[in-house]
Every structure is written in C-alpha cells, then in structure tokens.
Design a protein around this ligand. Structure first.
Ligand SMILES: NC(=O)c1ccc[n+]([C@@H]2O[C@H](COP(=O)([O-])OP(=O)(O)OC[C@H]3O[C@@H](n4cnc5c(N)ncnc54)[C@H](O)[C@@H]3O)[C@@H](O)[C@H]2O)c1
Length: 247
C-alpha cells in the first residue's frame, strides 16, 4: 500500500487531502503542530486510520523523530504533501521583519525541513512524488500579502529547483496554488468585505471547498501525473487567468 505524509493534515486542505488519499487506498501520516486540531480531526474522522503525529515542522529534530515513526509503522514513503502553513493579512507599511521571519520559517523553511528527510528515503527507493502548497498570492501582488506572498513565491522557486535536481532520482515535485478556499485559515483572515472582493475577481465567483484542492493534489501524487514535474498549478476558479470581468 502506498504511503503519504501530509503536513498540516489536521485542518483545511491538508485534512481534506488526508481523507481523499485514504479513500483511494493510501496509508496516511499527518504531521501537525496543533494538538487541538489533531484531536478534532481524530474525533471527526473516527473511522479513518490516520497516523497523526504532533510535529512542529520548523523543528528539525521533531521532524526527524516523526519521520522515523512513519518508517517504523509503514516502512516506506511514496508521497509528501507540504500543506502546513500560516498566513497574515497586513499592509506592506505595517508588516514587520518578524512577520517575514515567522512566515518564511513555517511556509518555506518548514517545507524544506520535511522535504529534506523524506527525499533521502525517496532517493534510496528511486521514486516519489511531492506536492507543495503555494498560493495565487505567490504569483501576483495581492494587497496585504507582502510577507505571505513572498513566502509562497519562495515555495514556488523551491518547487522548481527540487524538481530539476530530483528528477534523476525518479522524484517529481509540483506545487498547487489555491485561490480562496473555505478553511479555518480563511475563516480567521477573511472579512465580509474581503469575501466580496474575492467574489468579484474570481470568474467562478465563489470560494472552493478544500476537497477541490485535494483532488488536484491526489492527481499530482499519482502516476497519472507521471510526466508532470516542476509545475505550479493554480486551482483558483480562473483568478490567475482573469483580466477584465464583466459583471
Ligand atoms: N485556504 C486558502 O484559501 C489557501 C489559499 C492559498 C494557499 N493556501 C495554503 O494551503 C495550505 C493549507 O492551508 P489551510 O487553509 O488548509 O490552513 P489551515 O490553517 O486550515 O491548516 C493549516 C494547518 O497547518 C498546521 N501548521 C501550522 N504551522 C505548523 C507548523 N509549524 N508545524 C506543523 N503544522 C503546522 C496548522 O496547525 C493547521 O492544522 C497553507 O500552506 C496555505 O498557505 C491556502
């Protein structure tokens, strides 16, 4: 049975991906820092058999330990989804160096930390697929997203370099760039004014469900995507394609 590690898997897009991958017959290990989120996810999905581990992806020792637990339980790893992330909505003028450090630490360096240990095992087995969560905010200048957008631009660059260097080891690396998705992160950040703005700039004029991102991720993890690597694929209701939108 194939095995996937999903960071941030106790909430939002990561959790939807965990549920989806398990329904496809994969074994799922979750790395998440939120004890409450892990407990809630276990309660909500009692019938699911996730290996849920409390891990802060910014802590390399915790990541190492958790990865060894996964190998001890399943003996292999075929996929990695780097969904753990944090956001902030602040104007450029209000953003602090500390905001930048915090977001880069989790979104970019955290993604790097987990990928680093997982890739070593994938290199040894000569196969693997990694999907990083970037964002449309890493592709254009969304207001309030200087620190967040810069961190997601970093994830896109990291994805391309990993894809190029790891192709010879049989490892594919892609990113999915979501538009607005109904998750706990968005509930805490998006005001009703912001929601109205997004509705106006997304041609499909709605927020997506986390499961709509999970299905794109599962495609990239699977052999159906065997010749796709180094790509950043927007799943955004047309946001990144849009110019003028008629009302
Ligand atoms: N929701 C959106 O609209 C949207 C849009 C674009 C990109 N994204 C990206 O998708 C990913 C998932 O977002 P979401 O909306 O599902 O968020 P979410 O807040 O619902 O879930 C994120 C999870 O990451 C975990 N996490 C945070 N810091 C961590 C750390 N240091 N170590 C381990 N786990 C940690 C949290 O505990 C949480 O369970 C993020 O990378 C986010 O930036 C989301």
């Amino acid at each position: 049975m194939s095995v996937v590690i999903i960071t941030g898997g106790a909430s939002g897009i990561g959790l939807a991906t965990a549920v989806h991958m398990q329904s496809l017959g994969w074994q799922v290990a979750i790395f998440d820092v939120g004890n409450d989120a892990i407990a809630a996810c276990k309660r909500q999905h009692e019938s699911m058999d996730f290996l849920a581990l409390k891990v802060d992806i910014t802590d390399v020792e915790e990541v190492d330990l958790a990865f060894n637990t996964v190998l001890g339980r399943f003996g292999r790893v075929d996929g990695l989804v780097n969904s753990a992330g944090i956001g902030v909505d602040k104007s450029f003028l209000e953003t602090t160096p500390e905001d930048f450090r915090k977001l880069n630490e989790v979104n970019v360096i955290g993604t790097f930390n987990v990928s680093k240990v997982v890739v070593q095992k994938m290199v040894a087995s000569g196969t693997g697929s990694i999907v990083n969560l970037s964002s449309v905010s890493g592709m254009c200048g969304n207001s309030g997203r200087s620190a967040y957008g810069a961190s997601k631009g970093g994830v896109i660059a990291l994805t391309m370099v990993m894809a190029v260097e790891l192709a010879k080891h049989g490892i594919r690396v892609n990113a999915v760039a979501p538009g607005p998705i109904e998750t706990p992160m968005v509930s805490s950040m998006h005001t009703s004014e912001m929601r109205a703005i997004w509705h106006n700039v997304v041609p499909q004029a709605r927020y997506a469900a986390p499961s709509e991102i999970a299905s794109a991720i599962s495609f990239l993890l699977s052999n159906d995507a065997s010749f796709i690597t180094g790509q950043n694929i927007p799943v955004d209701g047309g946001f990144s394609a849009a110019g003028i939108i008629e009302g």
